[in-house]
Structure formats: structure tokens, C-alpha cells
Design a protein around this ligand. Structure first.
Ligand code: AR6
Length: 182
């Protein structure tokens, strides 16, 4: 299926309609990709974030991207990993789904996601990649937009996980020929 791809890059450099930030509930900036986005977007971003806070885990908010090459920043808050006992997988799926709904509301055609929750929040990387790809695939099947979803990986290990997940979850299913069992 077209529409989804993965690259290794710094998400702050991408010229897409929207980049997604792995934020915290106060939207006040932090470390990891959140810190990089705040540094690159410049001093107007904290003020815009304050107006949108708080943002509970699984939800998403949108601000302009200010100095970034992107137009919008969609801030979503991933779950902190507690061993999978506190609905972390559902919350992570909600991050992707709610970010994509906001993107559609703002006519976003290209959107770039980092590997939400897999850094400071400790979510296992392989499981997170599977959830990201499956949730986005299901969304595209239902809504047919945005046109391009890009998974931006910061390191080669994460890129390899996404390549495998994209291969496993987006293989074209060929219908069985008449009289043939699938
Ligand atoms: N571009 C793309 N990916 C990046 C970049 C970048 N510039 N920098 C880091 N990553 P994390 P979380 C990757 O920790 O786990 C903040 O303090 C990184 O390698 O940024 O959701 C917030 O304020 C990892 O794969 O986000 C929250 O408090 C992925 O981005 C907390 O961290 C996510 O790692 C959120 O933690």
C-alpha cells in the first residue's frame, strides 16, 4: 500500500505539512525530540503550547511550526511504559489516530511521526513500531488521507524495525482465485 514510508532523519529538518512532537502533558517542552523541536521552532512555540495545554496521554493538539520548515506541529503525549499493564498500547494507538484526525482537520497532506514513547517514556521499540504502522494503515484504509505518512527514525535500529513492520503489515493481499482456497 502506498502512503506510508520510513526514513532516518532529524524530524525538525523536514519540509512537510506537519511534524508530530512526542510531548508531555503540560506541553512545556522537555528533552528528546520535544527539546529539539522547541529549540528549532523558536521562542513563539512555548506561548502557543501554553494556550493548548494540558494534553492527556493519547490526545493531540496543534500549533503553528514557527521557524521550522514544516507548517504545523501536532503535539501528542505518549504513554509512559509500565510493563504494559496500564493500557499503554491503546494509548499509543490513540496518539497516532488523534494526530491523524487533527491533520485531516487542517488539510495536512504530508505528516511525519517520530517513534512516540520509545525514548524517555521507555516503550519497547519493536512493539511501538508495530502499533504505529498498524494504526496508520487502518486509518488510511478508512479515511484515505493524509497522502503521505512518514515514520522518522533517529537511529538505524529503529529504521530497521519500521522497514520490517511496513513490510509485514502493508503487503498487498491478493484475492484467492475462484475455486482456490486462501
Ligand atoms: N528527530 C527524530 N526523532 C528523534 C529526534 C529528532 N530530532 N530526537 C529524538 N528522537 P523521546 P518519548 C527519537 O524521548 O519517549 C520529553 O522530555 C528518539 O530517538 O523524544 O515519547 C517530553 O517532554 C526516540 O526514538 O520521546 C516528554 O517528557 C523518539 O524520538 C518525554 O520526553 C522518542 O523519544 C517523551 O518521551
Amino acid at each position: 500500500m502506498s502512503g506510508m514510508s520510513c526514513i532516518q532523519n532529524d524530524i525538525t529538518t523536514l519540509r512537510v505539512d506537519a511534524i508530530v512532537n512526542a510531548a508531555n502533558p503540560s506541553l512545556s517542552g522537555g528533552g528528546g525530540v520535544d527539546g529539539a523541536i522547541h529549540r528549532a521552532a523558536g521562542p513563539k512555540l512555548p506561548e502557543a503550547c501554553r494556550k493548548q495545554a494540558p494534553c492527556p496521554a493519547g490526545e493531540a493538539r496543534i500549533t503553528p511550526a514557527f521557524r521550522l520548515p514544516a507548517k504545523w506541529i501536532i503535539h501528542t503525549v505518549g504513554p509512559v511504559w509500565h510493563g504494559g499493564t496500564r493500557h499503554e498500547t491503546e494509548q499509543l494507538a490513540n496518539c497516532y489516530r488523534n494526530s491523524l484526525h487533527l491533520a485531516r482537520q487542517h488539510a495536512v497532506s504530508s505528516i511525519a511521526f517520530p517513534a512516540i514513547s520509545t525514548g524517555i517514556y521507555g516503550f519497547p521499540n519493536p512493539l511501538a513500531a508495530d502499533i504505529a504502522v498498524q494504526t496508520c494503515r487502518d486509518f488510511l484504509q478508512q479515511y484515505h488521507s493524509p497522502d503521505h505518512i512518514i515514520f522518522v527514525c533517529f537511529d538505524p535500529q529503529t529504521l530497521s524495525l519500521y522497514k520490517q513492520a511496513l513490510h509485514r503489515f502493508t503487503k498487498t493481499e491478493t484475492p484467492a482465485a475462484p475455486g482456490q482456497q486462501k
